[in-house]
Write a protein that binds this ligand. Structure first.
Ligand code: CO
Length: 208
């Protein structure tokens, strides 16, 4: 894409929005009250708003390589705290996707330089679920399962934070784990048992 084309696309988009609603941008500029925080992969094929049919103002979005929630990553933690404590979202979604390059890289024995510490967190997910994963003989299926388990563990990482624990107690904030099936376009709900995980890990991770 070149900038000239992008500028033309932008003008067409503005005209389309204003034709439907002359106050569209005036209303957008008033502020945002999204109900959901979405944490997904940066992959160019997994466009968060498109696949959910979400309109501007509805979903607060954070994307990084392999949809990770890492406690010392100031970026994701700032997004999380802003969304939960200031925007008061009631739902948080971690959305992974099959054919995730980040997850694939973490399954290989290769030095990827600066990416090593980031991908190390996915290797830790593998180690935690090594017995289950190593029983899956088909490598493609094992890869798919690691994508799912990685989403599950990132949901657990969310639940380890004070912001999520407090918002759950105060207003019943919910955490969801999804996988986008890039082969069919379908969103799969992994049915993360949020209250059970919360109960299980509170002995060690309770912060409030
Ligand atoms: Co990915």
């Amino acid at each position: 894409m070149n900038f000239e084309q992008i500028r033309k696309n932008n003008e067409a988009w503005i005209a389309e929005k204003l034709a439907l609603d002359p106050d569209y941008f005036a209303n957008l500029s008033k502020g945002q009250t999204p109900d959901t925080l979405y944490i997904g992969c940066s992959d160019s094929r997994v466009t968060a708003e498109d696949l959910m049919g979400a309109k501007p103002g509805e979903v607060f979005i954070h994307r990084n390589v392999a949809n990770m929630v890492i406690s010392i990553d100031l970026n994701v933690m700032s997004v999380l705290n802003y969304a939960v404590r200031h925007l008061k979202v009631n739902n948080i979604v971690v959305c992974g996707h099959y054919a995730c390059g980040g997850v694939k890289a973490a399954m290989q024995s290769q030095d990827l330089g600066l990416l090593n510490p980031w991908l190390r967190n996915i290797r830790d997910v593998y180690r935690l679920h090594k017995d289950e994963l190593n029983c899956i003989v088909d490598l493609d299926k094992r890869y798919d399962r690691l994508v799912e388990l990685n989403v599950q563990e990132q949901c657990v990482n969310l639940i380890k934070t004070a912001a999520v624990q407090q918002a759950y107690k105060e207003r019943g904030l919910q955490v969801y784990g999804w996988v986008f099936d890039i082969h069919s376009g379908k969103l799969i709900d992994l049915r993360i048992d949020f209250p059970k995980i919360l109960t299980d890990i509170m002995e060690i991770y309770k912060l409030d």
